[in-house]
Ligand binder design. Structure first.
Ligand SMILES: O=c1ccn([C@H]2C[C@H](O)[C@@H](CO)O2)c(=O)[nH]1
Ligand SMILES: [Zn+2]
Length: 175
């Protein structure tokens, strides 16, 4: 299949758009192949159609690629008790963990926003961080253009599971 990647820059990040071109790996360590990225975007778009969002009418889909090459998808699932709603990204991650996989390579997020890249909420950024700071998050638009960021870029100076075992003050009985 032919895929071409057009690279632009906003000064900090590469803004890319899949148009048409050649098959193969992108330059750079661990980068997703164009084919895989296209498949991931298509999976995120597809699962978005299952979004249960009667309150927000805001559909989101996510496709998560594990380091052992499995893809787990998730959509947002809202609830009449507002704060019980779950984001697409978290659903995809929870599905992977439930199947025994905690090693993530990339997640692609899809929404219906035409003019901006869908940006994960703070809760999902922290949820991603639980499974490492150095994996990729692709923020997309419906035209398949995307912005690639790392979890660390989305959540700098983050708190993670390793911090719980760092040197602490000694306390007794909670004081
Ligand atoms: O990255 C995002 C942003 C929003 N939502 C969901 C949460 C809620 O159901 C709806 C509106 O915020 O969109 C996601 O699933 N992922
Ligand atoms: Zn979220």
């Amino acid at each position: 299949m032919l895929v071409l990647l057009l690279l632009q820059s906003d000064g900090q990040h590469d803004l890319c758009r899949i148009v048409e071109g050649r098959e193969g790996l992108l330059p750079g360590e661990g980068a997703l192949s164009e084919d895989m990225l296209k498949k991931m975007i298509s999976e995120a778009d597809k699962v978005k159609t299952h979004a249960y969002c009667p309150y927000s009418q805001f559909r989101v889909g996510a496709a998560l690629l594990t380091t052992d090459h499995h893809i787990y998808t998730g959509c947002n699932v809202e609830n009449a008790c507002n704060n019980l709603g779950v984001c697409a990204e978290r659903n995809a991650m929870a599905k992977a963990v439930s199947e025994g996989c905690r090693s993530f390579r990339a997640i692609v997020i899809s929404s219906d926003l035409c003019e901006q890249f869908i940006s994960p909420c703070g809760g999902c950024r922290q949820f991603m961080r639980e499974f490492g700071a150095n994996w990729d998050v692709y923020l997309t638009k419906p035209d398949s253009s995307y912005l690639k960021m790392t979890v660390d870029e989305l959540l700098p100076i983050s708190f993670g599971p390793e911090d719980l075992s760092m040197k602490k003050l000694q306390i007794q009985n909670g004081h």
